[in-house]
Design a protein around this ligand. Structure first.
Ligand SMILES: *Cc1c(COP(=O)(O)O)cnc(C)c1O
Length: 359
Protein backbone atom coordinates (compact mmCIF):
# COMPACT_ATOMS: atom_id res chain seq x y z
CA UNK A 1 0.00 0.00 0.00
CA UNK A 2 1.36 3.45 -0.94
CA UNK A 3 0.37 5.76 1.90
CA UNK A 4 -1.31 9.15 1.34
CA UNK A 5 1.00 10.83 3.87
CA UNK A 6 4.07 10.01 5.93
CA UNK A 7 6.28 12.31 8.02
CA UNK A 8 10.03 11.98 7.34
CA UNK A 9 11.73 11.64 10.71
CA UNK A 10 15.44 10.90 10.71
CA UNK A 11 18.42 10.71 13.06
CA UNK A 12 18.58 14.53 13.39
CA UNK A 13 15.08 14.74 14.91
CA UNK A 14 15.77 11.75 17.18
CA UNK A 15 19.03 13.28 18.46
CA UNK A 16 17.37 16.65 19.05
CA UNK A 17 14.53 15.05 21.05
CA UNK A 18 16.95 12.95 23.12
CA UNK A 19 18.95 16.08 23.91
CA UNK A 20 15.81 17.79 25.25
CA UNK A 21 14.82 14.69 27.24
CA UNK A 22 18.27 14.53 28.80
CA UNK A 23 18.22 18.25 29.64
CA UNK A 24 15.15 17.74 31.84
CA UNK A 25 13.62 20.95 30.39
CA UNK A 26 10.64 19.35 28.69
CA UNK A 27 8.11 22.20 28.65
CA UNK A 28 8.30 25.42 26.64
CA UNK A 29 11.85 26.84 26.67
CA UNK A 30 14.92 27.61 24.61
CA UNK A 31 14.07 25.18 21.79
CA UNK A 32 10.63 26.80 21.49
CA UNK A 33 12.14 30.30 21.36
CA UNK A 34 14.69 29.25 18.74
CA UNK A 35 11.91 27.68 16.64
CA UNK A 36 9.75 30.80 16.83
CA UNK A 37 12.61 32.98 15.69
CA UNK A 38 13.77 30.69 12.89
CA UNK A 39 10.29 30.01 11.52
CA UNK A 40 9.23 33.69 11.56
CA UNK A 41 12.48 34.61 9.77
CA UNK A 42 11.88 31.88 7.17
CA UNK A 43 8.41 33.22 6.33
CA UNK A 44 9.48 36.84 6.61
CA UNK A 45 7.32 38.03 9.49
CA UNK A 46 8.77 39.90 12.47
CA UNK A 47 7.15 37.93 15.31
CA UNK A 48 6.36 34.24 15.86
CA UNK A 49 4.53 32.53 18.69
CA UNK A 50 4.57 28.75 18.83
CA UNK A 51 1.51 26.92 20.15
CA UNK A 52 -0.09 23.50 20.43
CA UNK A 53 -1.81 23.19 17.02
CA UNK A 54 -2.84 24.97 13.85
CA UNK A 55 -6.35 25.13 15.25
CA UNK A 56 -5.10 26.93 18.39
CA UNK A 57 -3.02 29.24 16.16
CA UNK A 58 -6.15 30.34 14.27
CA UNK A 59 -8.14 31.08 17.42
CA UNK A 60 -5.15 32.91 18.93
CA UNK A 61 -4.72 35.04 15.80
CA UNK A 62 -8.35 36.17 15.89
CA UNK A 63 -8.39 36.91 19.62
CA UNK A 64 -5.01 38.65 19.54
CA UNK A 65 -6.25 40.94 16.77
CA UNK A 66 -9.26 41.92 18.88
CA UNK A 67 -11.79 39.82 16.98
CA UNK A 68 -14.39 37.82 18.85
CA UNK A 69 -17.82 38.15 20.41
CA UNK A 70 -20.45 38.65 17.73
CA UNK A 71 -17.97 39.48 14.96
CA UNK A 72 -18.78 38.17 11.51
CA UNK A 73 -15.68 36.68 9.94
CA UNK A 74 -15.42 35.45 6.37
CA UNK A 75 -13.76 32.13 5.54
CA UNK A 76 -13.94 29.63 2.69
CA UNK A 77 -16.74 27.10 2.30
CA UNK A 78 -14.18 24.50 1.17
CA UNK A 79 -11.46 23.69 3.71
CA UNK A 80 -10.70 21.72 6.85
CA UNK A 81 -13.24 22.50 9.59
CA UNK A 82 -10.68 24.41 11.71
CA UNK A 83 -10.73 27.27 9.16
CA UNK A 84 -14.24 28.05 10.49
CA UNK A 85 -14.30 26.51 13.98
CA UNK A 86 -11.72 29.10 15.12
CA UNK A 87 -14.36 31.79 14.59
CA UNK A 88 -16.86 29.87 16.71
CA UNK A 89 -14.31 29.38 19.54
CA UNK A 90 -13.63 33.13 19.55
CA UNK A 91 -17.36 33.84 19.92
CA UNK A 92 -17.77 35.11 16.36
CA UNK A 93 -20.03 34.14 13.48
CA UNK A 94 -18.45 32.36 10.52
CA UNK A 95 -19.56 33.57 7.10
CA UNK A 96 -18.57 31.69 3.97
CA UNK A 97 -17.49 32.42 0.41
CA UNK A 98 -17.35 30.12 -2.59
CA UNK A 99 -14.19 29.00 -4.40
CA UNK A 100 -12.78 28.75 -7.90
CA UNK A 101 -13.40 25.14 -8.92
CA UNK A 102 -10.06 24.77 -10.76
CA UNK A 103 -7.75 25.92 -7.94
CA UNK A 104 -10.12 25.12 -5.01
CA UNK A 105 -9.25 28.58 -3.62
CA UNK A 106 -11.29 31.58 -2.54
CA UNK A 107 -10.74 34.47 -4.96
CA UNK A 108 -11.13 38.27 -4.80
CA UNK A 109 -14.40 37.79 -6.73
CA UNK A 110 -15.89 35.21 -4.36
CA UNK A 111 -14.72 37.28 -1.38
CA UNK A 112 -16.31 40.43 -2.81
CA UNK A 113 -19.59 38.62 -3.47
CA UNK A 114 -19.74 37.42 0.14
CA UNK A 115 -18.86 40.86 1.54
CA UNK A 116 -21.59 42.46 -0.57
CA UNK A 117 -24.10 39.98 0.84
CA UNK A 118 -23.09 40.73 4.43
CA UNK A 119 -22.11 44.35 5.01
CA UNK A 120 -20.88 44.00 8.59
CA UNK A 121 -18.18 41.35 8.10
CA UNK A 122 -15.08 42.52 10.02
CA UNK A 123 -12.34 40.13 8.95
CA UNK A 124 -11.27 37.58 6.35
CA UNK A 125 -9.50 34.25 6.90
CA UNK A 126 -7.66 33.55 3.63
CA UNK A 127 -6.97 29.82 3.24
CA UNK A 128 -4.12 28.61 1.01
CA UNK A 129 -5.62 25.20 0.38
CA UNK A 130 -3.54 22.14 -0.67
CA UNK A 131 -0.31 24.20 -0.79
CA UNK A 132 -1.26 26.91 -3.29
CA UNK A 133 -1.53 30.56 -2.18
CA UNK A 134 -4.75 32.36 -2.94
CA UNK A 135 -4.63 35.83 -4.53
CA UNK A 136 -3.45 37.71 -1.44
CA UNK A 137 -2.72 40.87 -3.39
CA UNK A 138 -6.35 41.04 -4.52
CA UNK A 139 -7.72 40.04 -1.11
CA UNK A 140 -5.54 42.56 0.77
CA UNK A 141 -6.67 45.31 -1.63
CA UNK A 142 -10.32 44.54 -0.87
CA UNK A 143 -9.57 44.44 2.86
CA UNK A 144 -7.84 47.81 2.72
CA UNK A 145 -10.69 49.38 0.77
CA UNK A 146 -13.23 48.12 3.35
CA UNK A 147 -11.15 48.39 6.52
CA UNK A 148 -11.07 44.65 7.27
CA UNK A 149 -8.53 42.60 9.22
CA UNK A 150 -6.99 39.61 7.41
CA UNK A 151 -5.60 36.35 8.80
CA UNK A 152 -3.91 33.76 6.58
CA UNK A 153 -4.52 30.05 7.20
CA UNK A 154 -1.19 28.57 6.02
CA UNK A 155 -1.68 25.13 7.59
CA UNK A 156 -1.10 23.52 4.16
CA UNK A 157 1.27 26.06 2.58
CA UNK A 158 4.61 26.27 4.45
CA UNK A 159 7.01 27.92 2.02
CA UNK A 160 4.54 28.50 -0.84
CA UNK A 161 5.08 31.68 -2.86
CA UNK A 162 2.95 34.28 -4.62
CA UNK A 163 4.94 36.67 -6.80
CA UNK A 164 8.10 35.62 -4.97
CA UNK A 165 6.61 36.45 -1.54
CA UNK A 166 5.86 33.74 1.04
CA UNK A 167 2.32 32.76 1.92
CA UNK A 168 1.90 33.97 5.49
CA UNK A 169 3.69 37.28 4.98
CA UNK A 170 0.83 39.29 3.48
CA UNK A 171 -1.76 39.70 6.24
CA UNK A 172 -1.90 41.03 9.82
CA UNK A 173 -1.35 37.52 11.12
CA UNK A 174 -0.76 34.06 9.67
CA UNK A 175 -1.26 30.61 11.14
CA UNK A 176 0.64 27.37 10.55
CA UNK A 177 0.08 23.75 11.58
CA UNK A 178 2.83 21.20 12.18
CA UNK A 179 0.57 18.13 12.26
CA UNK A 180 2.36 15.04 10.82
CA UNK A 181 0.57 15.23 7.43
CA UNK A 182 1.67 18.83 6.77
CA UNK A 183 4.76 19.93 4.81
CA UNK A 184 6.79 19.84 8.06
CA UNK A 185 5.93 18.51 11.52
CA UNK A 186 6.52 18.89 15.25
CA UNK A 187 4.11 15.95 15.99
CA UNK A 188 1.22 18.21 17.06
CA UNK A 189 2.00 21.92 16.96
CA UNK A 190 1.26 25.31 15.46
CA UNK A 191 2.56 28.85 15.05
CA UNK A 192 1.07 32.33 14.76
CA UNK A 193 3.08 35.04 13.01
CA UNK A 194 2.29 38.74 13.46
CA UNK A 195 3.18 41.93 11.63
CA UNK A 196 2.71 44.13 14.70
CA UNK A 197 3.96 44.11 18.26
CA UNK A 198 0.71 44.73 20.17
CA UNK A 199 -1.23 41.63 19.00
CA UNK A 200 1.93 39.52 19.37
CA UNK A 201 2.20 40.63 23.01
CA UNK A 202 -1.44 39.77 23.59
CA UNK A 203 -0.93 36.35 21.97
CA UNK A 204 2.08 35.71 24.22
CA UNK A 205 -0.23 36.23 27.19
CA UNK A 206 -3.10 34.18 25.72
CA UNK A 207 -0.98 31.03 25.29
CA UNK A 208 0.14 31.23 28.92
CA UNK A 209 -2.97 31.82 31.06
CA UNK A 210 -3.00 35.57 30.52
CA UNK A 211 0.27 36.06 32.43
CA UNK A 212 3.17 38.40 31.91
CA UNK A 213 4.29 38.22 35.51
CA UNK A 214 4.08 34.85 37.21
CA UNK A 215 0.61 34.20 38.72
CA UNK A 216 -0.73 37.64 37.76
CA UNK A 217 -3.50 36.70 35.34
CA UNK A 218 -4.46 39.87 33.50
CA UNK A 219 -6.74 38.25 30.93
CA UNK A 220 -8.37 34.83 30.60
CA UNK A 221 -5.83 32.80 28.69
CA UNK A 222 -5.13 29.18 27.88
CA UNK A 223 -2.34 26.67 28.10
CA UNK A 224 -1.45 26.58 24.41
CA UNK A 225 2.35 26.46 24.89
CA UNK A 226 4.55 24.38 22.56
CA UNK A 227 6.96 22.04 24.38
CA UNK A 228 10.74 21.97 23.89
CA UNK A 229 10.29 18.41 22.62
CA UNK A 230 7.96 19.44 19.80
CA UNK A 231 10.06 22.52 18.99
CA UNK A 232 13.25 20.43 18.82
CA UNK A 233 11.61 18.33 16.08
CA UNK A 234 10.45 21.56 14.40
CA UNK A 235 13.93 23.08 14.37
CA UNK A 236 15.30 20.07 12.50
CA UNK A 237 12.30 19.82 10.15
CA UNK A 238 12.53 23.52 9.25
CA UNK A 239 16.09 23.00 7.96
CA UNK A 240 14.72 20.26 5.67
CA UNK A 241 11.55 22.08 4.58
CA UNK A 242 13.01 23.48 1.32
CA UNK A 243 14.12 19.96 0.31
CA UNK A 244 10.75 18.47 1.38
CA UNK A 245 8.90 21.04 -0.72
CA UNK A 246 11.22 20.54 -3.71
CA UNK A 247 10.52 16.78 -3.51
CA UNK A 248 6.74 17.41 -3.35
CA UNK A 249 6.98 19.68 -6.40
CA UNK A 250 9.07 17.14 -8.30
CA UNK A 251 6.59 14.37 -7.44
CA UNK A 252 3.66 16.56 -8.51
CA UNK A 253 5.40 17.39 -11.80
CA UNK A 254 5.98 13.67 -12.43
CA UNK A 255 2.30 12.88 -11.80
CA UNK A 256 1.04 15.79 -13.90
CA UNK A 257 3.31 14.86 -16.83
CA UNK A 258 2.40 11.18 -16.59
CA UNK A 259 -1.38 11.33 -16.04
CA UNK A 260 -2.98 11.43 -19.48
CA UNK A 261 -6.33 9.85 -18.61
CA UNK A 262 -9.09 12.16 -19.97
CA UNK A 263 -11.36 11.13 -17.06
CA UNK A 264 -8.96 12.78 -14.60
CA UNK A 265 -8.39 16.55 -14.18
CA UNK A 266 -4.90 17.21 -12.82
CA UNK A 267 -4.45 20.10 -10.34
CA UNK A 268 -4.13 23.62 -11.75
CA UNK A 269 -1.13 25.74 -10.78
CA UNK A 270 -2.06 29.41 -11.07
CA UNK A 271 0.30 32.05 -12.52
CA UNK A 272 3.00 33.58 -10.26
CA UNK A 273 2.57 30.77 -7.73
CA UNK A 274 4.96 28.31 -6.24
CA UNK A 275 2.62 25.52 -5.15
CA UNK A 276 4.07 23.32 -2.35
CA UNK A 277 1.62 20.43 -2.85
CA UNK A 278 0.56 19.52 0.64
CA UNK A 279 -2.03 17.60 -1.37
CA UNK A 280 -2.10 16.59 -5.04
CA UNK A 281 -5.82 16.80 -5.69
CA UNK A 282 -7.41 15.60 -8.92
CA UNK A 283 -11.04 15.74 -10.01
CA UNK A 284 -12.89 12.71 -11.34
CA UNK A 285 -16.57 12.25 -12.24
CA UNK A 286 -17.20 8.65 -11.19
CA UNK A 287 -15.43 8.90 -7.88
CA UNK A 288 -16.72 5.76 -6.17
CA UNK A 289 -15.46 3.57 -8.99
CA UNK A 290 -12.13 5.42 -9.08
CA UNK A 291 -11.68 4.90 -5.32
CA UNK A 292 -12.28 1.16 -5.70
CA UNK A 293 -9.77 1.09 -8.57
CA UNK A 294 -7.11 2.84 -6.41
CA UNK A 295 -7.83 0.47 -3.53
CA UNK A 296 -7.39 -2.55 -5.81
CA UNK A 297 -4.03 -1.12 -6.92
CA UNK A 298 -3.00 -0.52 -3.29
CA UNK A 299 -2.76 3.24 -3.66
CA UNK A 300 -3.76 5.25 -0.61
CA UNK A 301 -5.81 8.38 -1.20
CA UNK A 302 -7.90 10.93 0.65
CA UNK A 303 -11.07 12.90 0.07
CA UNK A 304 -10.39 16.46 1.13
CA UNK A 305 -13.18 17.32 1.67
CA UNK A 306 -16.40 15.30 1.26
CA UNK A 307 -18.67 18.07 2.59
CA UNK A 308 -18.49 21.85 2.47
CA UNK A 309 -17.97 23.44 5.90
CA UNK A 310 -21.38 25.20 6.03
CA UNK A 311 -23.19 21.88 5.51
CA UNK A 312 -21.31 20.08 8.31
CA UNK A 313 -23.67 19.12 11.11
CA UNK A 314 -21.72 21.13 13.69
CA UNK A 315 -22.46 24.27 11.62
CA UNK A 316 -26.23 23.84 11.66
CA UNK A 317 -27.72 26.88 13.34
CA UNK A 318 -24.43 28.74 12.76
CA UNK A 319 -23.96 28.80 8.99
CA UNK A 320 -26.55 30.56 6.85
CA UNK A 321 -28.60 28.64 4.34
CA UNK A 322 -26.75 29.73 1.20
CA UNK A 323 -25.50 27.54 -1.63
CA UNK A 324 -21.91 27.53 -2.86
CA UNK A 325 -22.13 26.08 -6.37
CA UNK A 326 -18.39 25.65 -7.02
CA UNK A 327 -17.64 24.09 -3.62
CA UNK A 328 -20.73 21.88 -3.93
CA UNK A 329 -19.54 20.77 -7.36
CA UNK A 330 -15.98 19.84 -6.40
CA UNK A 331 -16.73 18.08 -3.11
CA UNK A 332 -18.15 15.11 -5.04
CA UNK A 333 -15.22 14.94 -7.47
CA UNK A 334 -12.01 15.53 -5.50
CA UNK A 335 -9.50 12.78 -4.76
CA UNK A 336 -6.04 13.48 -3.32
CA UNK A 337 -3.25 11.15 -4.45
CA UNK A 338 0.07 10.52 -2.64
CA UNK A 339 2.66 13.27 -3.34
CA UNK A 340 4.70 13.28 -0.10
CA UNK A 341 8.53 13.34 -0.15
CA UNK A 342 8.77 9.73 1.04
CA UNK A 343 7.56 8.34 -2.33
CA UNK A 344 10.00 6.42 -4.50
CA UNK A 345 10.26 6.66 -8.28
CA UNK A 346 8.61 3.22 -8.38
CA UNK A 347 5.70 4.45 -6.23
CA UNK A 348 5.15 7.38 -8.60
CA UNK A 349 5.23 5.10 -11.64
CA UNK A 350 2.71 2.79 -9.96
CA UNK A 351 0.38 5.71 -9.28
CA UNK A 352 0.60 7.04 -12.86
CA UNK A 353 0.03 3.59 -14.32
CA UNK A 354 -2.98 2.89 -12.11
CA UNK A 355 -4.56 6.29 -12.76
CA UNK A 356 -4.10 5.94 -16.52
CA UNK A 357 -5.55 2.38 -16.41
CA UNK A 358 -8.86 3.65 -15.02
CA UNK A 359 -11.52 3.41 -17.74
C1 LIG B 1 -4.49 21.04 9.41
C2 LIG B 1 -5.27 22.28 9.19
C3 LIG B 1 -5.64 23.13 10.25
C4 LIG B 1 -5.51 22.75 11.70
O1 LIG B 1 -4.26 22.38 12.11
P1 LIG B 1 -4.13 21.35 13.37
O2 LIG B 1 -2.67 21.46 13.69
O3 LIG B 1 -4.52 20.01 12.88
O4 LIG B 1 -4.98 21.86 14.47
C5 LIG B 1 -6.26 24.33 9.93
N1 LIG B 1 -6.53 24.68 8.67
C6 LIG B 1 -6.22 23.88 7.62
C7 LIG B 1 -6.51 24.35 6.23
C8 LIG B 1 -5.59 22.65 7.85
O5 LIG B 1 -5.29 21.86 6.81
Amino acid sequence: MISIARPLIDQEEKNAVIKVLESGLLASGHETEAFEEAFAAYIGMPRGIACTSGTAALELALRSLGLGQGDKILTTAFSFIASANCVVYAGGLPRFCDIDSDSFLMTPETVRAALDRDKDIRAIIAVHLFGQPCDMEGIMAIAKERGLTVVEDCAQSHGALLGGKKAGSFADASCFSFYPTKNMTTSEGGMVLFKNEAPARRCRMLINHGMRERYRHEITGYNFRMTNIAAAIGNEQLKKLPAFNAARQKNAAFLSAGITNPLIDIPAVLPRREHVFNQYTVKVKERERFLRHLEKNEIGCGIFYPLTIPEQRCMSGIAQNISFPAADGVKNRVVSLPVHPGLSRGDLETIVRAVNDFI
